[in-house]
Design a protein around this ligand. Structure first.
Ligand code: MZP
Length: 504
């Protein structure tokens, strides 16, 4: 006979946190939101940490290269969606990795014999105003000089003239040699008041460029998530079908983290795919997966699939109808608490800590805070990021307000049948697990995260904590009655404007 769990399936909005003693050191500027994403020995640090506990969902309407860049610059990561061709997903990862780095391979170069018109066309196409001149016009050719848009006047100079008559020749260009540190390169830029510094090989070939604007950008984004080569960290969703071709292409493009994307990840399909990836790349790649909603599912993915992190959540997503279509799922709070308990048990038994991601169904900032207090190491959100300027969808005006489309990966629109069919013999499904709709536009990733993370930091202080580990350890939660929930909102007043809250 079927077993019936005694507890109710609970959601985040049914809980509140009880404040703990706030000491003098518990102020927002002392709060660190650093959190692990890869499994590690208890007491040691993870081989990859996020600087904020937030990642975006692997969805067509959410995570493209712009989201990858915006989120990594804030300290998180975006899982570039896998419901697309391998080539285009790999190109998105390559775009994130090449976005900005201390040392950038130059992608706009000209030959000395190129005309100013050719140079101008290139500058307009790429938006780059500083262009290295190399003997063969390649990014690694013999360095001959540099030309910028200030070296000629588009409407005065003869555009049929050759670049070599206008460029600053090599002997007059301040440059560095391969081996120089980023700090030294930035110092040269500062000392000579330059915008760009070419870095040359010992034999005079161009290696890379260092830009002043990247230095300024880094100062403005202190939590930026960078790899050991100072490139933004990039992540991708993958599936259990074409992983033997997709994962190598993503690795080749520079991906740092992959996550198996499935509404129900408690399967041998996911185990086999994850083990294959681990065998190929060892610990060089962070490999996560899911989703699960039980201790049993968590154990399986950790012990059998050897995942680095596990995602929790079935059916809670804002666009998800899995629960009503298939009758599977669990209240997100109950699922998370059971998995966290099992993770802690596993850490005690084996001395290995497995980060947990709470995926989907966060309707507002408060629920994110409760998820973190319950022991999630980071949260994954779709709708939250679909509403930002950086999601890959167009803005649409409906009755005078601006919206963006948002649709589930299990909807017909996404046609992401791999995610929902783990049986290769199946050719497609005759029912949907996701819906298609619109969400209001709320601004840039930077703007919305600033508010959300400020609330998280403030609550951490209320609970006498400056780190996420302390936050979870100090957390005391209480279940609330429907009346208390009602009381928690405004009461007995007429609100001036509740539009924004309604939208969130
Ligand atoms: P949300 O943040 O919009 O509430 O939920 C995003 C999450 O919903 C994703 O990370 C994914 O786990 C899940 N999802 C995506 N598509 C579907 C679907 O079509 C879905 N059913 O459930």
């Amino acid at each position: 006979m079927a077993r019936i769990l005694e507890d109710l399936s609970r959601t985040f909005s049914e809980y509140l946190l009880i404040p703990r003693l706030t000491r003098r050191q518990h102020v927002m500027r002392n709060v660190s939101l650093v959190t692990p994403i890869a499994k590690h020995k208890v007491g040691e640090t993870s081989r990859l940490n996020l600087n904020i506990p937030v990642v975006s969902a692997s969805m067509q309407a959410v995570s493209g290269p712009d989201m990858g860049i915006a989120l990594a610059r804030q300290g998180g990561i975006a899982y570039v969606f896998c419901s697309q061709s391998i080539e285009s997903q790999a190109a998105m990862i390559a775009k994130i990795k090449s976005h900005k780095a201390g040392f950038v391979r130059s992608d706009s170069n000209v030959r000395p014999s190129a005309t100013l018109q050719e140079l101008l066309d290139m500058m307009k196409k790429t938006g780059h105003s500083t262009v290295p001149v190399t003997a063969d016009g390649s990014s690694t050719g013999q360095f001959m000089g540099i030309i910028t848009d200030k070296d000629f006047w588009e409407f005065e100079d003869d555009l049929a003239s050759q670049v070599q008559g206008y460029m600053t020749p090599r002997e007059k260009v301040i440059h560095g040699l391969v081996g120089i540190t980023l700090k030294e390169a930035n110092h040269l830029l500062y000392k000579h008041k330059k915008e760009a510094l070419p870095i040359l090989e010992a034999d005079g070939r161009l290696n890379s460029l260092v830009f002043k604007k990247d230095y300024v950008d880094h100062i403005n984004n202190p939590l930026e998530l960078l790899d050991s080569r100072k490139r933004l960290v990039a992540a991708a969703g993958v599936n259990t079908h074409d992983y033997q071709e997709r994962v190598p292409a993503l690795v080749e493009a520079g991906v740092d983290v992959i996550s198996f994307d499935s509404s129900d990840g408690f399967s041998e399909f996911q185990r086999d795919a994850a083990l294959w990836a681990r065998e190929q790349y060892g610990d060089g790649l962070v490999i996560g997966g899911g989703n699960v909603v039980s201790a049993e599912g968590f154990r399986y993915l950790v012990e059998e699939a050897k995942l680095d992190f596990v995602k929790v959540g079935i059916g809670g997503g804002s666009i998800c109808i899995t629960r009503e279509q298939k009758g599977i799922g669990r209240g997100q709070a109950s699922a998370l608490m059971e998995v966290v308990e099992e993770r802690n048990r596993y850490a005690k038994e084996k001395g290995v800590y497995i980060p947990i991601c709470s995926d989907g169904g966060l309707a507002n900032d408060t629920q994110l805070i409760i998820a973190m207090a319950m022991g999630a190491d980071f949260v994954m959100m779709g709708r939250y990021f679909a509403m930002t300027d950086e999601s890959p969808t167009p803005k649409i005006s409906i009755k005078g307000r601006i919206y963006k489309p948002y649709w589930g990966e299990g909807s017909n629109r996404a046609r992401n049948w791999q995610r929902y069919v783990d049986d290769k013999s199946a050719t497609g499904l005759h029912f949907e697990e996701g819906v298609d709709g619109y969400v209001p536009v709320v601004g840039s990733v930077n703007e919305v995260l600033q508010v959300t993370l400020e609330k998280l930091r403030a609550t951490m202080n209320n609970l006498g904590s400056n780190t996420l580990t302390e936050f979870t350890q100090n957390a005391v939660l209480t279940l609330v009655s429907e009346q208390s929930i009602e009381e928690g909102g405004t009461s007995n007043i007429i609100q001036v404007d509740s539009k924004f809250d309604d939208d969130k």
